[in-house]
Design a protein around this ligand. Structure first.
Ligand code: F3S
Length: 776
C-alpha cells in the first residue's frame, strides 16, 4: 500500500517556521545552561515571545514561571467563536495576527440522519452561522461551514504540524497532539490574544513522562490506553501538566491513534499531550496532501527538535506496557471510573443495573479515523456474514467530510448500514447533547459510546442515561449483543440457527490504500484568505443571540465622570461573596449557552449561584439605596443592574481562589458590563485574574485576609495610591479607604499582580481598547 495522496495542499501557511524555532531554542538552551529538555519544553520555549524575559530569573520554571508565548494558529468552534470574534472586532484590527479558522460543528443536531439534520440545524442557527461567516470573510479567517466536520478532526487533517504551538477554543484541542505538537484548549479571551498578536500567558506546566513499551494487539486499541490511564490519573491528575509520551510503544501506533490518546488527555485535566515525531506521522502528513510539511519536519527532527533530549527529566514518569493492556470501559458519569472489559459484566451485576444496552454510538472527534472506521466495518462484515444485525440503535458520526467521503468510497459506510447503522452529519451531534432521541425519556438506561466525555445529561439531556466510554470496536461488537455483560473477546452470540458465533479481533487499516478523497470540495475554504474589509458583519438588530460589544469606557479621564484623577471613583460594595466561587458560579452554563454571543442577555445570570456572606443566601444581594418602588433584597444581577442604571460603579469582596474552574471570559465581561471596576479577593485563580485585567477590572488581594470580613454590602471604597502605581512610582502600594454604612472609616492594605502592560490595559478601559489605541 502506498497511501498516495489523491490531492496536494498549499502548505505555505501550515508549515511551521522550523529554522526560526530551532534558532530560538538555541538561545533558550544557553539561558538554561544546556540542560536536557523534554519535547514539551522545546516546543513551548521555542515559542516564547522573549526568552530572556521569561527564563532568565534563574528559578524553577516548570510549575512556577509564567511564560509569554506566541502561538502560531488559532481554531475556534461555532459556540465559543461568537464571543471571541465579538471581542476581536472591538480591537479594531483589520486582520488576524495569526492564521485562524472557524468550525461549525457544535450547533448541529442529531435526529434522523445527516441530510435532514443538517438542513434543520442550519435553519435554526442561521443567524449565528451568518455572523460567523461574514466575520470570517471580513478578517481573513478560514470558515468551515456546517457539515464540513468536527474542529479537531479538521485541524488534524489540515493544520496540525509537528513541533508547533496552537490554541483552540475547545477543551479537546489537544487532539492535534497526535501529530507531535502542543495544541492547547483555551477561552475566547486567550484566543483573542493570539489573534491580536498579544503575547499569550501560560504558567509553565509540569511535564509527566508516559513511558510506553510493548505493542497493542487483538482487541486493545489506543482508546484503551487512554481509558486505562484516565483510571490511573483520575480527572484531576493532569491539572497543570503536559503528558509527554515516549518509548518504543509510541512509534508502533498510528498518528490518528495517538490523536485519540491526546484528545482524552483533557479528561484527566492535562494542559495538553504530545508525542515525538514518528514514521506514522510522516505517513499521515503525506496521505493528507502535506508532503512539504513532512519534509520540513524530517529536517527539524534531524536537528533534534521533535523529540526529548537524552536524559531529559520529567516531573513524574508513568510506565505502561501496551502488550498487557486489555479493552477498558469507563463510566458511568465520570471518565476515570475504568473497568477492564473482563470485569465489566460482574461490575454491572454488582451495581444492580439492568443488563441492557439502549444504544451504541461511534465516531466523534475522538474516534472517527479511517483506522477506527475500517476496524468497525470489519466487525460489521463478520456479523453480516453470520446473518446478524445490531440489536440497538447504532449511530455513527464521521469526523469530517474527508472521512465520510473516503468511508463511502471504500465501502465502509455500506458495511455499517448493512447491519443497521445510521450515519449522522459530520458534526458533534450526540456528543454535545444535540441528540434528540425519542426513546428512554426520563428512564434509566445505558449507552456505550466511543466519545470522550460522559457527564450526566451530556448526550441526550437525560440525567439517568449512563454513558460508558469504550473503543469503537467494543461499542460495535456490543451493539450486536444488546447486553452490557457481553465480552466479545470470550463470549459467543447465538444465531437464529442455534449455532454459536464469535467475532474475530478486527484489524483496521490506518490509511486508505487509494489515498483519502476530499469529498465535497465546497466544504473547503481557501487557505489564509485575504480579508475583505468592505464586508459587513451580519448581526440582526433584534437578535437575541448576538450583540456587538460596545467598548468599555475608561475609569479615568474626560467623560468618565471620575474626579479623582488616576484613582478609581468611589465604589459601592455590591456584596461579599462567601466561599467557593468558580467561573460557573459567576457565569452559569446550561441553558445560558445560547446567549454566548449576547452580553446583555447572558449577563442576566451574573453570580446566580454565588452565596452572599451576609445572610448565607444564594443569589441574594442588598440594595440599601432602593426607592419605594424597589425591594431591599433582590437577585444579584437585578441589584447589579440597578447600580448600573444609577451610574454607580461598584466592587465585589470575594473569598479564596475566586474565579477557579475555567478560562470563560464571560465571567469577567459580565461584572464589567454592569459597572464593576474592582474586585478585592482573599486570593484569585490566575487565569480569571488575568481575564479581569483584560476587561478593565482591577483585581486586588487583601494583604491581611482577615480584612475580608470588615467590608460589607453598601460600604463605600476608595483607592489610595493607585495613581502612584499607574505613574510607575517604585514600590507603590494601593490602600483602600473604607467608609462603612454606619459611618466608620478605616484603611486596609492590599497587594496586586498588575504588570506595566496590564496597567496600560486598565487605564484604557480594557486590553482591546489599548490595542485599538495603538492602531490610531
Ligand atoms: Fe465535538 Fe464532542 Fe469533540 S462536542 S469537539 S465531538 S468532544
Amino acid at each position: 500500500a502506498t497511501h498516495a495522496p489523491s490531492y496536494e495542499k498549499d502548505c505555505s501557511s501550515i508549515t511551521p517556521p522550523y529554522a526560526r524555532l530551532v534558532e530560538k531554542l538555541e538561545r533558550v538552551r544557553e539561558l538554561l545552561n544546556n540542560r536536557p529538555l523534554t519535547l514539551a519544553e522545546k516546543i513551548l520555549y521555542s515559542h516564547l515571545n522573549d526568552p530572556e524575559k521569561s527564563l532568565s530569573g534563574g528559578g524553577k520554571i516548570r510549575g512556577e514561571s509564567y511564560l509569554q508565548l506566541s502561538p502560531q494558529r488559532v481554531a475556534m468552534q461555532d459556540a465559543s467563536a461568537q464571543m471571541a470574534l465579538l471581542q476581536f472586532m472591538s480591537a479594531g484590527l483589520s486582520r488576524c495576527a495569526v492564521p485562524t479558522s472557524i468550525h461549525c460543528d457544535h450547533l448541529i443536531q442529531a435526529i434522523d440522519g445527516a441530510a435532514s439534520d443538517l438542513k434543520r440545524s442550519i435553519a435554526s442557527n442561521q443567524e449565528v452561522f451568518d455572523f460567523l461567516e461574514s466575520a470570517a470573510r471580513k478578517y481573513g479567517i478560514e470558515f468551515w461551514q456546517p457539515g464540513s466536520g468536527i474542529i479537531h478532526q479538521i485541524v488534524l487533517e489540515n493544520y496540525a504540524a509537528p513541533g508547533m504551538l496552537m490554541l483552540g477554543t475547545d477543551s479537546h484541542t489537544p487532539n492535534a497532539g497526535g501529530l507531535g505538537l502542543l495544541a492547547i484548549g483555551v477561552g475566547g479571551a486567550d484566543a483573542v490574544d493570539a489573534m491580536t498578536g498579544t503575547p499569550w500567558e501560560l504558567k509553565a506546566p509540569q511535564v509527566v513522562g508516559i513511558h510506553l513499551t510493548g505493542k497493542l494487539s487483538g482487541w486493545a486499541t489506543p482508546k484503551d490506553l487512554i481509558l486505562h490511564l484516565a483510571g490511573k490519573l483520575t480527572v484531576r491528575g493532569g491539572t497543570g501538566r503536559i503528558l509527554e509520551y515516549f518509548g518504543p510503544g509510541v512509534a508502533s501506533q498510528s498518528c490518528t491513534g495517538l490523536a485519540t490518546v491526546a484528545n482524552m488527555g483533557a479528561e484527566v485535566g492535562a494542559t495538553t499531550s504530545t508525542f515525538p515525531y514518528t514514521e506514522n506521522m510522516r505517513a499521515y502528513l503525506n496521505a493528507t496532501g502535506r508532503a512539504p510539511v513532512a519534509h520540513a519536519a524530517d529536517k527539524a527532527a534531524s536537528m533534534g527538535f521533535l523529540s526529548a533530549d537524552e536524559g531529559a527529566e520529567y516531573d513524574e514518569v508513568i510506565e505502561i506496557n501496551l502488550s498487557e493492556l486489555e479493552p477498558t470501559i469507563n463510566g458511568p458519569f465520570t471518565p476515570d471510573l475504568a473497568t477492564p472489559l473482563s470485569k465489566f459484566g460482574s461490575f454491572v451485576q454488582e451495581q444492580g443495573w439492568k443488563d441492557e444496552l439502549s444504544a451504541g454510538l461511534i465516531g466523534s472527534c475522538t474516534n472517527s479515523s479511517y483506522e477506527d472506521m475500517t476496524r468497525v466495518a470489519e466487525l460489521a462484515k463478520q456479523a453480516k456474514a453470520a446473518g446478524l444485525v445490531t440489536q440497538v440503535p447504532f449511530l455513527c458520526t464521521p469526523g469530517s467530510e474527508q472521512i465520510r467521503a473516503t468511508m463511502e468510497r471504500d465501502g465502509v459506510t455500506s458495511a455499517l448500514q448493512d447491519v443497521g447503522a445510521v450515519v449522522l452529519a459530520n458534526a458533534c451531534g450526540p456528543c454535545i447533547g444535540q441528540w434528540k432521541r425519542e426513546d428512554m425519556k426520563g428512564e434509566e438506561n445505558a449507552i456505550l459510546t466511543s466519545f470522550n466525555r460522559n457527564f450526566k445529561s451530556r448526550n441526550d439531556g437525560n440525567r439517568l442515561t449512563m454513558n460508558f466510554l469504550a473503543s469503537p470496536t467494543i461499542v460495535t461488537a456490543m451493539a450486536f449483543s444488546g447486553k452490557l455483560s457481553f465480552n466479545p473477546m470470550t463470549d459467543a452470540l447465538t444465531l437464529p440457527s442455534g449455532e454459536q458465533f464469535r467475532f474475530a479481533p478486527p484489524a483496521g487499516q490506518d490509511l486508505p490504500t487509494e489515498g483519502f478523497t476530499q469529498g465535497n470540495i465546497h466544504y473547503y475554504p481557501a487557505p489564509t484568505p485575504e480579508p475583505q474589509s468592505e464586508t459587513e458583519v451580519v448581526i440582526r438588530s433584534d437578535s437575541q443571540r448576538l450583540e456587538l460589544l460596545e467598548p468599555f469606557s475608561s475609569h479615568f479621564g474626560e467623560g468618565s465622570g471620575n474626579e479623582r484623577g488616576l484613582e478609581l471613583p468611589p465604589l459601592k460594595v455590591l456584596m461579599r461573596v462567601r466561599g467557593k466561587c468558580t467561573t460557573d458560579h459567576i457565569s452559569a452554563a446550561g441553558p445560558w449557552l445560547k446567549y454566548k454571543g449576547h452580553l446583555t442577555n447572558i449577563s442576566e445570570n451574573l453570580l446566580i449561584t454565588a452565596v452572599n456572606d451576609e445572610g448565607g443566601d444564594v443569589n441574594v444581594a442588598f440594595d440599601h439605596d432602593h426607592d419605594a418602588s424597589e425591594t431591599e433584597n433582590d437577585t444579584i444581577p437585578a441589584v447589579a443592574k440597578r447600580f448600573k442604571a444609577r451610574g454607580q460603579p461598584w466592587t465585589l469582596v470575594v473569598d479564596d481562589n475566586y474565579g477557579e474552574g475555567s478560562a470563560r471570559e464571560h465571567a469577567a465581561l459580565q461584572p464589567r458590563f454592569y459597572g464593576c471596576a474592582m474586585i478585592v479577593a482573599r486570593s484569585f485563580a490566575r487565569i480569571h485574574e488575568t481575564n479581569l485585567k483584560k476587561q478593565g477590572v482591577l483585581p486586588l488581594w487583601f494583604a491581611d485576609k482577615a480584612d475580608y470580613s470588615r467590608i460589607g454590602s453598601g460600604d463605600m471604597v476608595e483607592t489610595i495610591g493607585l495613581a502612584d502605581l499607574i505613574q510607575g512610582q517604585e514600590n507603590a502600594a494601593v490602600k483602600l479607604k473604607v467608609t462603612t454604612r454606619n459611618g466608620e472609616v478605616f484603611e486596609i492594605p492590599t497587594k496586586h499582580t498588575m504588570s506595566d502592560d496590564q496597567l496600560k490595559w486598565f487605564c484604557a478601559g480594557s486590553a482591546l481598547n489599548f490595542i485599538r489605541s495603538q492602531m490610531s
